[in-house]
Design a protein around this ligand. Structure first.
Ligand SMILES: Nc1ncnc2c1ncn2[C@@H]1O[C@H](COP(=O)(O)OP(=O)(O)OP(=O)(O)O)[C@@H](O)[C@H]1O
Ligand SMILES: [Mg+2]
Length: 365
């Protein structure tokens, strides 16, 4: 048996006739990290709120540390404060009328700990999050990033075994967000708590979590180790979410298990490809051919097996540039080291057979 610390089984939550969370099951091993990733409105926050006891699910069970905290059949629904977890929200919810130390010590005050001890522990936690010396400052007289650290220290001060983060880094500027991502990972390893991160930002999910659960309209679309989820998109929804080009194609056949497809691109591109999971198409069936933007080459001169196209849009990203290239009527996206092409330029587009993935068109295609 795995040492699962959180176990959610068949969780369902409805708001009126809208099902926000649909039959969701996953587990999180003790001391590991999981990210709930997905577009706006897919149910991430609702799952977190159900875990925390801030929302009552319509069905399913939630177990934390082997203890059922919610079970619809058994009518178990533990109060939030009995679930012993820490939460960090996007809005830091730092209390303005308290000092930094009082903010951090507050959860300990609620638990009835004496003043000297709780301020001592708050001080230690502030040191850990890099706010040593800020104890007596008014909590509103610090920057957004520092308020975020106060909220983090407050969530961790009672040494919860489980910490929930809801878009906790979203309000920070890009540089601070990256720094906090690294620090949070180190802190999590050092303190050993189990963490669930809710985010719509894939970089954050991959940077913070061992396991990624990608949600689509209240249900789990795919889940697994972060690397696998990213490298092998399981469905067209996943491929689109991670920004791959998803093009209509036809399955021509298989040679020793390797699919060959004809992609509806220019005068039709025939290529070998890698079969994605769940590919059941027969010869002649429509499939979807996917390729990462980073794998699409854009050059001025023709390359072997390349296609002539026109730059439709160019956007400068600093080190790289993103292009939309039109090949006849089909648009394909490419991310390249800045090459300086501009709208209207004639270019050649090259794609290697090794980089194509074929997926079964699904309901969400
Ligand atoms: N209290 C509520 N009453 C009615 N509908 C709600 C309520 N809370 C959430 N919803 C709906 O449930 C769905 C899921 O919402 P949720 O907040 O979980 O999404 P999310 O994945 O966290 O999105 P975001 O990335 O925008 O925060 C949405 O359609 C939302 O409008
Ligand atoms: Mg949300």
């Amino acid at each position: 048996m795995t040492d699962r610390f959180v176990h959610i089984s068949h969780l369902t939550k409805r708001f009126g006739d809208h099902t926000a969370v649909r039959n969701v099951s996953f587990e999180v091993p003790r001391g590991s990290t999981l990210a709930l990733l997905g577009p706006s409105g897919c149910g991430k926050t609702t799952i977190l709120r159900c875990l925390a006891g801030l929302e009552t699910p319509d069905g399913g069970t939630i177990e934390i540390a082997g203890i059922p905290v919610f079970d619809s059949a058994q009518r178990i629904d533990l109060m939030p404060e009995k679930r012993e977890l820490g939460i960090v929200f996007q809005s830091y919810a730092v209390w303005p009328h308290m000092t930094v130390a009082e903010n951090v010590a507050f959860p300990l005050k609620v638990r009835g700990m004496g003043k000297a001890e709780r301020l001592e522990r708050a001080s230690r936690m502030l040191d850990i999050v890099g706010l040593k010396g800020f104890e007596h400052r008014s909590a509103t007289l610090v920057s957004g990033g520092q308020q975020q650290r106060i909220a983090l220290a407050r969530a961790l001060v009672a040494e919860p075994r489980l910490v929930l983060f809801d878009e906790a880094l979203s309000n920070l500027d890009a540089q601070l967000r990256e720094q906090m991502r690294l620090e949070l990972r180190l802190l999590q390893e050092r303190l050993g708590f189990t963490a669930i991160y809710v985010t719509h930002d894939q970089a954050e999910a991959f940077g913070l979590a061992d396991t990624v659960v990608l949600m689509n309209q209240g249900a789990i679309e795919t889940m697994g180790p972060a690397r696998d989820v990213f490298r092998r998109p399981a469905t067209p929804f996943v491929a689109r979410f991670f920004g791959l080009n998803v093009l209509e194609a036809t399955l021509l056949g298989r040679i020793e298990g390797t699919p060959y497809v004809e992609v509806a691109l220019g005068a039709h591109l025939t290529t070998r490809a890698r079969a994605g999971s769940g590919l059941v198409a027969s010869v002649g069936d429509p499939v979807l051919a996917c390729i990462r933007k980073e794998h699409v080459r854009v050059e001025q001169a023709p390359m072997p097996d390349s296609y002539a196209g026109t730059i439709e849009a160019a956007s400068f990203l600093g080190v790289a540039e993103e292009y939309i290239v039109k090949i006849d009527e089909i648009a394909i996206r490419a991310t390249r080291p800045a090459a300086g092409f501009a709208r209207g330029d004639s270019v050649h587009v090259g794609m290697s057979p090794d980089d194509w993935i074929v997926l079964q068109p699904g309901e969400t295609a």
